[in-house]
Design a protein around this ligand. Structure first.
Ligand code: SAH
Length: 296
């Protein structure tokens, strides 16, 4: 990455106008994400009203930290049934969070953050009716927005019941997880290596006017030494191992959570316990898109 390409810090506010138990879980790869969504919908036929449309949503939600988060979607057409849609989306999102809790996520701060962030606004309108199903979905460029359960679980593990100060996310994608993180951490830094997705995340987050997210276009494997140390680092893409640069950028006492592996992946939790000492634990199975070097 050249210095020219570096666009940091990019403050969103500057561009806007504005289970505890180990379990086995599956997250779809990009090529299976659409299929996943289709299968889920098949299973849901006759069960629920999940297929309502989400246009012109304008809502607000109290964040996990009590902050009021205005969430408007000015880019989409206004619709006379706007308040009905808002209520429907709130209800469906609540159902998604209930499901995530049933799957074992217990951290109420994380669950509240998941309930506050409108996932459907991060997904292209053709798929927004599937925004609250328990599956990853395509976001273009062969990448996916992660399954709600795994987003919640990873943040729960990283948080460990503590207040997070400075968090680094590798793999911004559509910006959804960064938005959830913004409600559980004081400052969120998120890196994306695909320029078009970096731009998409900016576009998705702009109307939400979230002041504590900084988006960076670059290679997340290098981290952000200029901002480090972080008390939490979360990877949304799987490498064969966690890059050393990221381990070095973890604060002592900080936690890094990452999917690791190729075909068979596991969530790995790494805690920095001393200047030169890290402790690692393998948690549940998972399935993420690969971590790649460099930018495109
Ligand atoms: N957190 C995202 C999930 C995106 S999928 C969301 O909420 O939508 C994982 C993302 O990691 C992809 O967008 C991919 O381009 C990105 N990625 C892979 N390797 C990367 C790297 N070295 N640096 C930064 N981003 C990377």
């Amino acid at each position: 990455m050249s210095n020219k390409e570096r666009r940091f810090p990019l403050s969103l506010s500057s561009v806007v106008d504005h289970g505890k138990s180990a379990r086995s879980t599956k997250v779809a790869m990009p090529q299976t994400a659409v299929q996943n969504a289709a299968n889920h919908q098949k299973n849901q036929v006759g069960k629920s009203s999940h297929s309502s449309k989400f246009f012109g949503v304008a809502t607000s939600a109290a964040g996990a930290n009590g902050a009021h988060l205005p969430v408007t979607d000015g880019s989409k057409k206004s619709n006379p049934s706007i308040s009905a849609d808002v209520m429907v989306s709130d209800k469906i999102r609540k159902a998604m969070v209930d499901r995530v809790a049933q799957q074992g996520v217990q951290d109420s701060v994380v669950l509240a953050a998941m309930e506050a962030i409108p996932r459907h606004l991060f997904i292209e309108s053709g798929l927004s009716s599937q925004a609250y199903i328990d599956a990853s979905l395509p976001i273009g460029h062969h990448q996916t927005i992660s399954q709600p359960y795994i987003v919640a679980r990873m943040i729960e593990i990283m948080r460990n019941g503590k207040k997070l100060n400075r968090v680094l996310e590798i793999g911004t994608g559509c910006g959804y997880q960064a938005a959830v993180l913004s409600l559980v951490a004081k400052d969120v830094y998120s890196i994306e290596r695909i320029k078009a997705l970096h731009e998409l995340a900016k576009e998705n987050l702009r109307p939400m006017r979230i002041p504590n997210i900084r988006l960076h276009y670059g290679d997340g494997m290098l981290g952000m030494p200029q901002i480090a140390p972080f008390d939490g680092i979360i990877l949304a893409a799987a490498g064969m191992e966690v890059p050393n640069a990221l381990l070095e950028q973890l604060e002592i006492g900080g936690r890094l959570i990452a999917p690791v592996g190729g075909r068979n992946q596991v969530l790995q939790l790494i805690e920095r316990v001393g200047q030169k000492e890290w402790k690692s634990a393998v948690l549940e199975q998972c399935h993420f898109v690969p971590l790649h070097q460099g930018v495109i």
